[in-house]
Design a protein around this ligand. Structure first.
Ligand SMILES: Nc1nc2c(ncn2[C@@H]2O[C@H](COP(=O)(O)OP(=O)(O)OP(=O)(O)O)[C@@H](O)[C@H]2O)c(=O)[nH]1
Length: 450
């Protein structure tokens, strides 16, 4: 009997949950359990430096990091690229696990498995597992990301049950049931759960996803507008007024057709381009219609002009991160303004909470344990409400082993980790929270060095 294509496809589990809920703890469990699967892991971190990779136990599995900012915006381009690379060595694994950042909305990750034809042919979304910090979840319950994470879970793990009373746990479970009646809910401590409850579930529930979000199959794009222009050989000016952002990503590319259908035929390719590293372009600078990502810098006051040099007559498309009206932007030829011959807008996606940021510190030197302890204690007393998450690897003075610490709001946990051995010693810390003071955190840490 011939296997159907669906049986051939590699299953993928998406692991989601708010900052500090226990995703890495669960991941470490999955990687050490004897389940007979070879698992490739894709990790996305919110923050400037990747600490998670260091906190995942040494394992045979391959870990791919996506450190490219917020998973929800760049995810599809980045994820498609990483999945494509993985599928070229698919004999090395038989399961894929994607750990999202604690601040990610899992919908765009899940969408990837329904939007991209190549991905869909080779991979199938087995399920979304949402892990919940039973002690702290109510602090973030109204955040969009937290709600989406709970609503999209095929399985919800109510973790950290040791930190809450049975009554509170019961109430929490009722609230989550109200948001997601279909999910399997399990209570866990340190994410201890049987693997068959979270892996190989047999399929992500697409119809439920469409109930939660009727636009589930209309993905967000990293650009909000695309316009087609008929241009002669020559140089044009893209003119922008002051607007809402200090920069704007754009791609200008030659096109085959002059209709909206031609734009739409190009849009998935553009999702990939928008996840490339951009070329920076200052006002007065030149950007080319070569289908590469350019980042126009807009922080100077007043009107800004960028030069577009067109090598030959033809139809060109401009894909822009923001809508033209946000910057009153126009394309100007030597004589007059050029109107687009066709254009369309894209789903603007979600709003970011810009007050939530991360501060990463990487530093050489040995740390005095007493000074470090006092500093962290005071920091948590003063700023614990705003520091959602901190974690790090510390080189304690006179110690042979790495010291690893973790904090979720006021709760703190630190312990010796594996020996440094011959490896170079360093300190790496990451703080994620609201209105963080980078200089104060940096200065505070430096004062702990011996
Ligand atoms: N008391 C208690 N602590 C737990 C439990 N599960 C995890 N933790 C601790 O909670 C902290 C955060 O756990 P992680 O697994 O790193 O959480 P995460 O979701 O990966 O965190 P981010 O990657 O920052 O979003 C660590 O200090 C864990 O040891 C639990 O059931 N009970």
């Amino acid at each position: 009997m011939q296997a159907s294509p669906s049986e051939d496809r590699v299953p993928v589990t998406v692991l989601t949950g708010y900052l500090g809920a226990g995703k890495t703890t669960l991941l470490n469990r999955i990687l050490t359990e004897q389940h007979g699967k070879r698992i490739a892991v894709i990790e996305n971190e919110f923050g400037e430096i990747g600490v998670d990779n260091e906190l995942v136990i040494n394992s045979e599995e391959e870990i791919f990091e996506m450190n490219n900012g917020c998973i929800c915006c760049t995810v599809r381009g980045d994820l498609i690229r990483i999945l494509g690379g993985l599928m070229r060595c698919r004999d090395k694994f038989d399961y894929i696990l994607i750990e999202t950042t604690g601040l990610a909305d899992p919908a765009p990750v899940a969408q990837t498995f329904f939007m991209d034809d190549e991905v869909q042919e080779q991979l199938r979304l087995d399920g979304v597992v949402t892990i919940v910090d039973a002690k702290h979840v109510l602090l973030h319950f109204d955040d969009d990301q937290c709600q989406e994470q709970l609503a999209f879970g095929d399985v919800v793990l109510l973790n950290k049950t040791d930190l809450v009373s049975p009554e509170d746990l019961h109430d929490l479970e009722q609230r989550i049931r109200g948001m997601n009646a279909m999910a399997q809910i399990y209570h866990t401590q340190h994410a201890a759960v049987d693997m068959d409850k979270i892996l190989d579930l047999g399929g992500f529930n697409l119809s439920r996803a469409l109930e939660i979000d009727p636009q589930f199959l209309e993905p967000e794009y990293p650009f909000e507008w695309a316009g087609l222009y008929r241009l002669n050989r020559g140089t044009y000016d893209l003119v922008l007024q002051e607007g809402s952002d200090a920069s704007m990503d754009v791609v200008c590319t030659p096109m085959q057709g002059d209709t909206i259908a031609a734009i739409e035929a190009m849009q998935e390719e553009m999702v990939l381009r928008f996840s490339d590293d951009p070329e920076f372009c200052e006002p007065g600078g030149l950007f080319k219609p070569d289908a590469a990502l350019a980042q126009l810098h807009l922080d100077a006051p007043g009107e800004k002009r960028f030069r577009l040099r067109v090598p030959r007559q033809g139809i060109y498309a401009l894909f822009t991160q923001h809508l033209p009206e946000e910057f009153d932007f126009t394309l100007q030829g030597s004589q007059s303004e050029i109107e687009p011959i066709a254009s369309r807008e894209y789903n603007a996606g979600h709003e970011h909470d810009d007050t939530i940021t991360s501060v990463g510190i990487t530093s050489p030197g040995a740390v005095d344990p007493d000074l470090f302890g006092d500093w962290l204690r005071n920091l948590l007393i003063e700023k614990g409400v705003d520091i959602f998450r901190m974690k790090g690897i510390i080189n304690l003075d006179q110690e042979d082993n790495r010291y690893v610490f973790q904090g979720v709001h006021m709760l703190f946990d630190g312990r010796p980790d594996r020996p440094w051995g011959d490896t170079e010693r360093y300190n790496q810390l990451i703080f994620i929270g609201r209105d963080l003071d980078r200089a104060a955190l940096n200065g505070g840490f430096q004062s702990c060095l011996v």
